[in-house]
Design a protein. Structure first.
Length: 387
């Protein structure tokens, strides 16, 4: 196990009827920017409830609505400008990962003299940020409890992750009932996303991080158990609650600390989203089994790790080669049959390959230091196989 620093300053209020904790924003002042998406929080009634609590707490609100899935830099710029114009003291995100990510870079952009895109390209430039608060409405990214934000500039076909401890939420409200209205498509995409975060941590070359491995397996088993239940019965509290907490734990450093390697499926997916604006979790589900098979074929020494995955997560038995291969088949079966996810790139609207070369170039750089670092040709082969 490697040395690591684990720092999670986010106060979590988990469970039903936690919204009253919005009064805690008063610890940061009386002027908040409220950031939300395309209207799901208005349809669910959450918007009205939140506004009432904020007003009753003496907090005045400026709003930025319409944050897009795969949030755009234009929204970040607009939000940062609103903060500067209105003397905003904190940023409150109510929504999914896109809204929270956007709010994070708004909070940093509000304290930065230049263009917020600089902060996307280089998280090290985030030296100061307004306090970020979040009410999570979709279990997926873990943005509610991590330092990351992923922002797109679709005019340049660029989507990059950035991050800083400065933008870790001060407080996040995690009420699983807020996810009852999440569509089937986003429920399965969210489950695939948290599983992918876990895989990125689990398939590590660091030895001796046994506890982290077992924790990963627990998160994966939780997703495999409860994803299908949430799909069939959207208001199943236990399922939504377990998925929500799994989303936070998958990426808040608990699984990666001491076992950290570079990520490689995410850099490939971010290229798909950057060029084709697809749903993040769907791209990950399509790429993951393809990547697993590619790794196993390219580097047979990885068979043992896949066999551990097969035994501990899927309960398989047999020799390593059989268990490793079957575990990957089970993963594909889970995404594409049990969860009914699209199983190739054409199924999510990517009908031509013209951009694959340039996408592969960028994704290969992103995979440096991962379980097996991928060359441009490796990534191209994976895109081809996923097509
Ligand atoms: O915009 P609204 O109207 O709110 O609708 C959203 C959106 O259309 C809807 N939704 C959210 N909560 C809902 C709901 N609909 C009904 N009921 C609710 N309770 O769901 C749609 C998708 O929302 P979005 O926020 O885009 O989804 P998600 O949470 O999966 O976030 C995806 C973004 O996060 C990035 C992804 O790349 C992508 O841009 N990521 C962020 C990470 C991080 N911060 O650590 C890591 C991840 O790997 C990921 O890259
Ligand atoms: Zn992700």
């Amino acid at each position: 196990m490697n040395n690591f620093t684990y720092y999670v300053p986010t106060r979590i209020h988990f469970g039903k009827k936690q919204l009253g904790h919005l009064v805690e924003l008063r610890q940061s002042g009386t002027k908040a920017l409220l950031v939300y998406g395309g209207g799901s929080i208005k349809r669910s009634g959450l918007y009205d409830q939140a506004i009432q609590i904020l007003v009753d707490s003496g907090i005045s609100i400026v709003e930025l609505s319409g944050v897009e899935p795969n949030p755009r830099i234009e929204s970040v710029r607009a939000g940062a400008a609103l903060c500067k114009e209105n003397g905003i003291e904190m940023v409150l995100a109510i929504g999914g990962g896109s809204v929270i990510d956007c709010a994070k870079i708004i909070a940093a952009g509000a304290c930065y003299g230049g263009d917020p895109w600089d902060l996307v390209l280089d998280g090290g430039k985030i030296q100061k940020a307004l306090p970020v608060y979040a009410v999570l409405t979709l279990a997926a990214t873990g943005s509610e409890m991590d330092q990351f934000a992923v922002i797109s500039d679709l005019s340049k076909n660029e989507k990059w992750g950035t991050g800083s401890d400065m933008v870790k939420p001060v407080m996040s409200i995690l009420d699983p009932t807020y996810t009852f209205t999440v569509s089937k498509k986003q429920t399965v995409a969210g489950t695939a996303d948290m599983m992918s975060h876990t895989f990125e941590n689990y398939f590590t070359n660091v030895s001796g991080a046994t506890l982290q491995g077992y924790l990963c397996e627990a998160v994966l088993k939780t997703c495999i158990q409860y994803g299908p239940i949430a799909l069939e019965d959207p208001e199943h509290y236990e399922a939504r609650a377990n998925l929500m907490w799994a989303s936070s734990l998958a990426i808040n450093g608990l699984l990666s600390g001491g076992a950290e390697v570079g990520w490689c499926v995410h850099p490939m997916e971010h290229e798909l989203s950057a060029f084709y604006d697809i749903t993040h979790g769907e791209g990950l589900a399509i790429l993951t089994p393809v990547w697993m098979r590619y790794v196993l074929e390219k580097d047979p020494s990885k068979t043992a790790k896949f066999a551990v995955y097969g035994r501990n997560v899927w309960g398989l038995s047999g020799d390593d080669a059989y268990v490793a291969k079957t575990a990957i088949d089970k993963t594909a079966e889970f995404f594409f049959q049990t969860m009914h996810m699209p199983n190739n790139l054409r199924a999510v609207g990517i009908t031509e390959k013209t951009n694959f070369e340039v996408m592969a170039d960028k994704a290969a750089v992103g995979s440096e230091g991962s379980f097996i670092p991928l060359t441009k040709d490796d990534v191209l082969s994976i895109f081809e196989a996923a097509f």
